[in-house]
Design a protein. Sequence first.
Length: 577
Amino acid sequence: MVHESLRLYATNDSYTLVPYYLDPNKAAQTLVINRDSGECLLDSAIPDPTAHTESLTVYGVFGIINLLAGGYLIVITGRERIGRLGIHDIFQANQFRILPFAKNNNGLSEAQAHDEQHYLSLVESLLKSGTYYFSYTYDLTHTLQRQAQLTSGPLWQRADDRFFWNRYLQSKLIDVTTRNPDQDLSDFILPVVFGFVSIVFTRIKNRDMVFSLISRRSRYRAGTRYFSRGIDAEGNVSNFNETEQIVLLDPIEDGNTSTFFEGKIKLSYVQTRGSIPIYWAQVNNIKYTPKLQIMDLPNTLEAFHRHFDEQIRTYGNQLLVNLVNKKGYEFPMGESYERTVKQLNDHRIRYYHFDFHHECSKMRWNRIQILLDTIEEELIQQGYFYADDSRIIKSQTSVIRTNCMDCLDRTNVVQSNFAKWVLTQQLREVGALSSKERIDEIASFMDIFRNVWADNADAISFPYSGTGAQKTDFTRTGNRTKKGVASDLQSSVTRYVLNNFMDGSRQDAYDLLLGNYVVKHGAASPWIDTRSMQTKLIPRVLLACLIGLNLFQEITDFINQNLAHHLINKKRGGLMI
């Protein structure tokens, strides 16, 4: 089992990590990292508490990254317990420390030292802005259904490679473990996922229940909105997220007699989202809507085939739900997607095109039901994962893969509706609802459901677009509001500024942390800026305008609220005369 908490001792020669809770059956349990050579070894010795220069409590090793000055050890120094799934505690990492192997930067030139600070600021920014989750005993990288099919082994060894977000940073410890059986560092290798986790303990009709939502962001082709679109030659797509809705209950015969909740009944439903899997891009050109480029490359069909081969291998048959507009700017995307699906001609893939903006225009959001009615038979056939204690009763046999242009706002609204429909079927099957009841009739639970799905929308949106999701007023309340429309307008302006002028550095941070860009000595500095001064000033001017817009909105809201309050008081005064 991965060590839950460690004491880190720093000296001029090494970093030593000592578990707070030692296993009496293991001889060597201390991890020693040599600061000069970078060597990582297990040791049985406990360091002298008086011989170190610094000591601190850490809750996990995030990994090791090599920059110009050498290696840096990244450790988790703060965590928040999100909740419990069964007997497993789930945490969010909220504080990190980056500890240099080198004692100083004397070996670097002035330019290199400047670059080193830039690299470190990128790492720090992504550690601060990311949402990282982990468990010492539960494999967060896998769905309940996949977990049921896995054999036992160290967490890192059975982790889903797509969602093992710090896999590159853990490569040093993994290499030592795989090459030398006497140096098994598995207890120090903590897989971390980037995404969203919510765990809520609630009640449905006097029956205890855990409701959880987990989204896992793929580390392949990860990036920001306009720097990462479409597919690559390996079949990876941008902004790919797997979302699993989990419900835990106890059987009725146990639920009425047990003094504590066990969650023996496990229900799970999985959906995916990802960029349209063809070669396409939107090139930043300072315009609000960048120029759309669809590349008709010779290997498009091959990459498309690779993508869906892996998806079918992992999830079963694919139900593709495309939400882009059937007219205007987005029309070529839908046309190209549908054409490529037809070229592939795979009976395991079903394609549905639902023009979200047209069908739900003028705030007719109830028309999402049209889409649900269209694919209801497919939803019934695909099923969901259902296990009673350790006995698997049914499995999910296919998955809905939803997309819009960004796979954010429209996608989340539709996914939450699919999840709500399935949840009703699940709770009916286990007796938590009658055969005629629907989950959206349970008002107290729907408040939880809507807010969790809206929080999920924001968590997926921020890393990709730089802002929270749009249309979350509908997800949170079940209604589209004018205030929500105004909020979306403000979000759109913010996205415009961030995506055009700030996303380059955010993309650099992803590439650095994930190992897509490896720092090399002697290489030319990547930070030399050849742009004109006028171009460099544009982001600052737009940022100032954005701040002014936000301030104007705040002042307007304040005036409107006070004016309304004044008119109400005046009206009441008139009635009293």
